[in-house]
Design a protein around this ligand. Structure first.
Ligand code: ASP
Length: 439
């Protein structure tokens, strides 16, 4: 049986003809890379705009009845540079003119922004000499605008069985009545995952501009070690804390059929990147896999003697927050204490009112509010069966004089979340990294 690899290339991998050539070399290097998913051209350098952003801008011009020709010209020039630079025989102007003409007749925003991927896929198919499959024919959305996975699997597998090698634009599909519908931003990752699932790929390669994940933020720790392998569960814990390279919804289609995702770098194709797996087959004895964190939380810490024997105590607090339409990040609790962790942005000016209501309705012995707290997640599958991890972590923070305001070890035991003050955020991450990985 031949193996199939599905390779999705992000915007920076497709920003110009030079990047297209690198993609060509990657696809060429492995004959198993039979299905290629593309994003729209991204930023080739810091002053350049993403084509998708320009298309949104174009639509805004139309909405306000402002001439859009100038923006459209910038977009057209990006594609002309790619086609001319690759010296392929494709008259992209015909397609650009068609789009421009359809705009003057009135088009939906989803249709217009999807053209970024559409044009890129046409060019890539020609360049690689692969078939082109329009995503509108194979990625199906239901009436409410959600992905219809059942119909997509049926239509897509039938279609792909007729194409040995194909390029498919990411980011969009269509509803039953033929209208173009896009995923949320960054959604080409989802298209890639769906294709990988349908062809039961050996691996879903996600090519971007970084060589996979690093153990922590390189802006905080100099040269952190790369993560060679990570499990889906660990990734979920880390990405919740903001360590994101992939669209969150791209994980589901492949995760539950055990297809690994390999994050690779188009600019460094020899680097193996990071492999995301369902099962943990790592041979190493690294205790932690990664450290990530977020700032700007508020902790409301409530203490009441014999809280444990008072029926509905925590419910009352949660109800107050629910009534104020506030989402909660964590609720670590002890016998007589409960802390509610809320993102600052959720609270705005509501904090005083909430505190007042909790005091009135719950009558606590004490209530303390800690503003500007940071949460740091230390994640690793091996943590669950290694004794002394928490002690090592707290010693590391203590040695640096960092006050720990909250600890939450999720029931999965693969993640310890510590709450420190915002001002200690970077120092704390460095201390944890150094304690577990070494300086
Ligand atoms: N081009 C789209 C965006 O910029 C989708 C993607 O790149 O995944 O959001």
């Amino acid at each position: 049986m031949t193996e199939i690899k599905v390779a999705k290339f992000g915007g920076t991998s497709l920003a110009n003809s030079n990047q297209f050539r690198k993609v060509g070399a990657v696809v060429e290097a492995d004959k198993d890379r039979r299905y290629v998913i593309v994003s729209a051209p991204g930023k080739g350098h810091s002053d350049e705009n993403k084509v998708t952003d320009l298309l949104y801008l174009c639509h805004a011009h139309i909405n306000y009845s402002v001439p859009f020709d100038q923006v459209f010209d910038i977009i057209s020039n990006r594609y002309l540079e790619i086609v001319n630079g690759l010296k392929i025989d494709l008259d992209i102007r015909v397609y650009l003119d068609e789009i421009k003409e359809s705009i003057s007749k009135g088009v939906s925003v989803d249709y217009l922004v999807s053209r970024g991927e559409y044009l890129n896929a046409l060019i890539m198919a020609k360049f690689l000499n692969y078939d082109f499959i329009d995503a509108k024919e194979v990625i199906c959305f239901d009436k409410s605008g959600s992905l219809d996975m059942v119909r997509t699997e049926e239509v897509l597998s039938k279609r792909l069985s007729k194409h040995n090698r194909a390029v498919i634009p990411g980011f969009y599909g269509s509803t039953l009545d033929g209208k173009i519908k896009t995923f949320s931003r960054g959604g080409s990752d989802i298209t890639g995952a769906i294709v990988a699932r349908v062809v039961q790929a050996e691996v879903y390669e996600n090519w971007t501009d970084v060589s996979g994940f690093l153990m922590t933020d390189p802006r905080i720790v100099e040269n952190p070690r790369p993560i060679e392998k990570i499990t889906y569960r660990e990734l979920r814990e880390l990405s919740y804390m903001g360590a994101s390279v992939l669209h969150e919804e791209a994980i589901l289609p492949v995760r539950n059929v055990d297809i690994p995702i390999n994050i690779r770098n188009t600019n460094e194709p020899d680097n193996p990147g990071t492999m995301i797996n369902s099962v943990d087959d790592r041979k190493n004895d690294n205790i932690i896999t990664g450290i990530a964190g977020k700032r700007d939380f508020t902790v409301i810490a409530v203490h009441k003697n014999h809280m444990n024997s008072e029926v509905g105590f925590i419910r009352k607090i949660l109800l107050i927050l629910e009534i104020h339409n506030i989402t909660i990040e964590h609720v670590p609790s002890g016998i007589d204490t409960v802390s509610i962790v809320i993102s600052n942005s959720q609270l705005d000016s509501k904090l005083d009112l909430i505190v007042e209501e909790i005091e009135k309705q719950c009558n606590p012995d004490s209530l303390n509010v800690y503003r500007n707290m940071a949460l740091i997640a230390t994640v690793g599958n091996n943590m669950a069966h290694t004794p002394g991890i928490a002690a090592k972590l707290f010693t590391a923070l203590g040695n640096e004089g960092i006050n720990i305001r909250m600890i939450d070890q999720g029931s999965s035991e693969i993640n310890i979340i510590t709450g420190v003050e915002d001002k200690d955020f970077e120092k704390a991450i460095k201390a944890i990294y150094n304690a577990f990985v070494g300086e």
